[in-house]
Ligand binder design. Structure first.
Ligand code: FAD
Length: 383
């Protein structure tokens, strides 16, 4: 657990742990208020059937949503020139006019009880998307060719061990870090707001965190990694985000607060979003690799439809959409389309909402990690 204190540069970024930690309180506070002002804004997700009543979410009535953000109005808006439309997306966006509205503030990401075979199967499918060719993996690991769906015992074989390997290209490692970092962030939230089933009380569960995250320091590293990647994406579309019509509540003072919070987040993103996307997708097969990467990531956003718990699926969809939006911003949009006046509809509203909420979730995870460190130190003192 001592490894939860990380120092020095963060691999594949130009940032270090200390810098991210020094700004996280401010980032968290500003995002918290920014996201707060989204309260009345819609987010629609495709909904499958939920068999577990404990996973259910309360929806918000459409009449409580500002008219211009209702599904019918939003579906008319998004038009982009030629190839920037759709082909550039790293996720499947639910573009239909039917759907539910959720107030994200009322749905914290925390323990829901969703686990066992169903949850593992979803995670396994997501990690399997990182397999750019099972025969290559089999050769690397010295195993016989794997079946199309791997058994649980082989999930670890798909996992990066945190070290560079000549057989693993940089892009593949980045993919793995994003997924593992997301998984670690979700686990951190679960352990930080855990339901003790014998007492019925909610509280943090240090052993859960040690078991799932801290005893695998690379998982913790990837939470930082995703934070930096998201900050870099936010910085890259800073002018666009500054010109975006947030329509927080319609009241002048709320709008002013939104701009103020946003400006602070953008300052932090400028100073700490030190991810160099230009080192990826270079060389001979760059375009092919990028297409493959995009397909795999799109599949991950699709896999979210298989999550059998509404609350988990909602946050899974938002966060995979948020990460996919960051990838789109970093790898698909060139400088000339970033001008907000030329392309006011560059991103869907749901992408902007997902981007901010995902960054907020990661910032919240880093705050939770800090709480766990303090808890650990207190226990250490007592002994
Ligand atoms: P799991 O977390 O299911 O992990 C399966 C295996 O993957 C582990 O045995 C380990 O080998 C490996 N692994 C674990 N973490 C990592 C990592 N960071 N990097 C690489 N490998 C790893 N549950 C809730 O209570 N609340 C939620 O909000 C919630 N949201 C979810 C969202 C999604 C998209 C999914 C798929 C699941 C969600 N779950 C949620 C379920 C939760 O993630 C776990 O699956 C569940 O708590 C059971 O955990 P576990 O200890 O069995 O291992």
């Amino acid at each position: 657990c001592k490894n939860t204190v990380l120092t020095g540069p963060i691999e594949t970024t130009l940032c270090d742990y200390e810098t991210i930690e020094s700004v996280n309180d401010e980032l968290f506070n500003n995002l918290s208020d920014l996201v707060d002002l989204y309260r009345e804004c819609p987010f629609w997700a495709e909904h499958g059937s939920c068999n577990n009543p404990g996973c259910a979410i309360t929806t918000v009535d459409e009449s409580d949503i500002p008219e211009k953000w209702r599904a019918a109005a939003l579906s008319k808006r998004h038009e982009l020139p030629g190839c920037y439309y759709r082909d550039s997306d790293y996720c499947f966006l639910d573009d239909n006019t039917e759907g539910d509205y959720f107030d994200l503030q009322l749905v914290p990401e925390r323990y829901t009880g969703y686990s066992g075979h169903d949850a593992r199967r979803v995670w396994r499918s997501i990690y399997e998307e990182n397999c750019f060719g099972l025969s290559e993996l089999s050769l690397m690991k010295g195993k016989s060719p794997a079946p199309v769906t791997l058994p649980d015992t082989m999930i670890e074989a798909l996992h990066d061990d945190g070290k560079d390997s000549p057989a693993q290209c940089l892009e593949k490692r980045v993919y793995y870090k994003m997924i593992s970092g997301l998984h670690a962030s979700i686990s951190t939230h679960i352990c930080h707001e855990y339901l003790n089933q014998s007492t019925g009380e909610w509280g943090s569960n240090l052993n859960c965190f040690i078991d799932r995250v801290a005893s695998h320091p690379e998982r913790l590293q990837y939470i930082y990694f995703n934070t930096i990647l998201l900050l870099r994406a936010v910085h890259r579309v800073g002018p666009y985000l500054s010109a975006f019509d947030y329509c927080s509540t319609g009241k002048h003072e709320d709008d002013a607060e939104t701009w103020d919070r946003l400006a602070k987040v953008l300052d932090i993103a400028r100073d700490t979003g030190k991810f160099d996307e230009t080192v990826l997708f270079r060389g001979e097969n760059a375009n092919m690799l990028k297409e493959e990467f995009k397909t795999h990531f799109r599949n991950v956003t699709r896999i979210m439809d298989c999550v059998g718990c509404d609350k988990c699926r909602l946050w899974g969809k938002i966060q995979t959409t948020g990460l996919a939006t960051a990838l789109k911003i970093l790898f698909e949009l060139d400088e000339k389309v970033l001008n907000p006046r030329m392309n006011p509809d560059l991103l869907h509203r749901s992408e902007v909402v997902a981007l901010f909420n995902t960054l907020f979730r990661f910032s919240e995870s880093l705050k939770a990690v800090d709480d766990f460190r303090n808890e650990w130190q207190e226990l250490d003192k007592e002994e």
